[in-house]
Design a protein around this ligand. Structure first.
Ligand SMILES: Nc1ncnc2c1ncn2[C@@H]1O[C@H](COP(=O)(O)OP(=O)(O)OP(=O)(O)O)[C@@H](O)[C@H]1O
Ligand SMILES: CC(C)(CO)[C@@H](O)C(=O)[O-]
Ligand code: BAL
Length: 286
């Protein structure tokens, strides 16, 4: 029988538990999160349980990836409910470090990603973001040293940046992407969806709809630029302020080559009132 879910807050107690598992030859999967867990997170946990004997979920709202004008202070925090959900899902360990544990006084080292995966898209609008994500994910991977780490495709650019990071730093962790979990109407589940008013929630569905329409248009041979500008226009009509609505190479995230129709991913970010939503979709291959 499995033990109940343990909560640890320091690297030292984390390591004590991990060492016992490693001695037994058990594979360890890590699911990094910022808490406020929803069904999307739980899909990562389920995938982790299928692939490893032991599952660690980290809950840490990482100040380094928020700009001063962003929502670090108000980010939804639902720790007790989160632990209950993880317990029901059979998670072995919740790692919930305090900010001082991750960034003690004198902390002065950052991981700064570079290259095609980080160029443009989120980085244009949130230039602080991937430095903060890479630093904290690098630390988490070194603290837990998991065999695999699972990330959602909902944050597609993040998934690519983290995949690159694990390779570039020779970490012994396989980064695994998990498909986006959506509401019935197509909206991607996201912790920040709780910020939407009822009216905004109704209009939010325009984001996945615009992506789907553009993906179908490109797949059926329409010029990419036209499909993208129609997507942007549809979002503006629904009341969104569009940060970007772009097509990229699905693997490298480099801009598309002339005439490229294979391996295309659409990525979008747009604001509805003060809530910023991101989403992405593969263009079906002909
Ligand atoms: N709908 C979803 N489907 C699959 N994975 C998801 C989904 N939402 C989040 N994830 C993944 O869960 C992990 C933790 O994400 P995070 O805690 O930031 O939640 P979030 O819902 O993305 O929050 P936010 O609203 O801050 O973007 C990330 O790897 C993220 O991609
Ligand atoms: C990967 C992550 C947990 C790093 O703080 C965060 O960016 C997230 O939840 O997607
Ligand atoms: N899910 C990505 C984390 C962030 O937007 O800060």
């Amino acid at each position: 029988m499995r033990n109940e879910t343990r909560v640890v807050r320091t690297v030292r107690s984390l390591r004590r538990t991990l060492e016992a598992w490693t001695r037994e030859g058990e594979r360890i999967a890590l699911v990094p999160t910022m808490g406020a867990l929803h069904t999307g997170h739980m899909a990562l946990v389920r995938a982790a349980r299928r692939k490893a004997e032991r599952v660690v979920v980290s809950i840490f709202v990482n100040p380094a990836q928020f700009a001063p004008n962003e929502d670090f202070a108000t980010y939804p925090r639902t720790f007790r409910q989160d632990v209950r959900k993880l317990s029901v899902a059979g998670v072995d360990l919740v790692y919930a470090p305090a900010v001082e544990q991750m960034y003690p006084d004198g902390f002065a080292t950052r991981i700064v990603p570079d290259g095609a995966a980080v160029a443009g898209l989120e980085d244009t609008v949130r230039p602080h973001f991937f430095g903060g994500v890479a630093t904290v994910v690098g630390k988490l991977l070194l603290q837990v040293r998991p065999d695999l780490a699972l990330f959602g495709e909902k944050d597609y650019q993040q998934l690519k940046v983290v995949t690159r990071l694990a390779r570039d730093l020779d970490l012994d962790t396989r980064v695994v992407g998990v498909p986006t979990v959506r509401e019935k109407d197509g909206l991607a589940l996201s912790s920040r969806n709780v910020y939407l008013s009822e009216g905004e929630r109704g209009r939010a569905v325009a984001l996945p709809q615009a992506l789907r329409k553009a993906a179908e248009a490109i797949a059926s041979g329409q010029p990419v630029a036209r499909a993208l500008s129609q997507g942007r226009a549809a979002l503006a009509r629904a009341g969104f302020q569009v940060d970007y609505f772009e097509a990229r190479d699905a693997e490298t995230l480099a801009p598309l080559k002339r005439g490229q129709r294979q391996q295309v991913r659409l990525l979008a970010a747009a604001r509805l009132g003060s809530t910023r939503l991101i989403d992405n979709l593969a263009v079906p291959q002909g």
